[in-house]
Ligand binder design. Structure first.
Ligand code: 4NP
Length: 159
């Protein structure tokens, strides 16, 4: 069975496109579907920010073809896990539902790693250094997530 994971930030042009690209690079698309969305609709239809495209490319990941879309209520039904990049995104998603099953799908991305930082900082108004830091934070969490998803798949195969 395919696990469906949605990465969410504010604009869906800086952080969540990186999270989508990084988790895709660590998982098999046959078993894990990864998408991303923004809680705001400022950049709908746009490609990711060039600074995110550049830092991903530096680590061998091409995110240039992604297109921005806005988070929608239907995403609660379409995804198994919804990762918010920061608490503001988390609260905006949570404000859309009272359903226990839907609430349980929503997590902060960095709760998955061992980082003492629990929010991926918004790099939009900063320089290239911010994008490198964001890449590293997201990469660490996605390594842990991918290990969990890949081991779930191995245990399914064993049964
Ligand atoms: P993101 O960054 O949420 O990581 O995609 C931002 C992108 C755009 C804006 C803010 C944050 N904006 O205000 O347009």
């Amino acid at each position: 069975m395919q696990t469906k994971v949605l990465m969410v930030c504010l604009g869906n042009i800086c952080r969540s496109p990186l999270a989508e690209g990084i988790l895709k690079s660590k998982t098999d698309s046959q078993f894990v579907l990864v998408d991303s969305a923004g809680t705001a609709g400022y950049h709908i239809g746009n490609n990711p920010d060039q600074r995110s495209v550049a830092v991903a490319k530096k680590y061998g990941i091409d995110i240039s073809g992604q297109r921005c879309r806005k988070f929608s209520y239907i995403d609660f039904a379409q995804f198994d896990i919804i990762y918010a990049m920061d608490l503001s995104n988390y609260n905006d998603i949570m404000a859309l539902t009272n359903d226990k099953n839907e609430i349980e799908k929503v997590k902060l991305l960095l709760e998955e790693g061992s980082s003492s930082v629990k929010e991926v900082p918004d790099p939009y108004y900063g320089g290239a250094d911010g994008f490198e830091e964001v890449y590293n934070l997201i990469n660490e969490a996605c390594t842990v997530i991918a290990e969990k998803l890949n081991s779930k798949r191995s245990s399914q195969n064993a049964n």
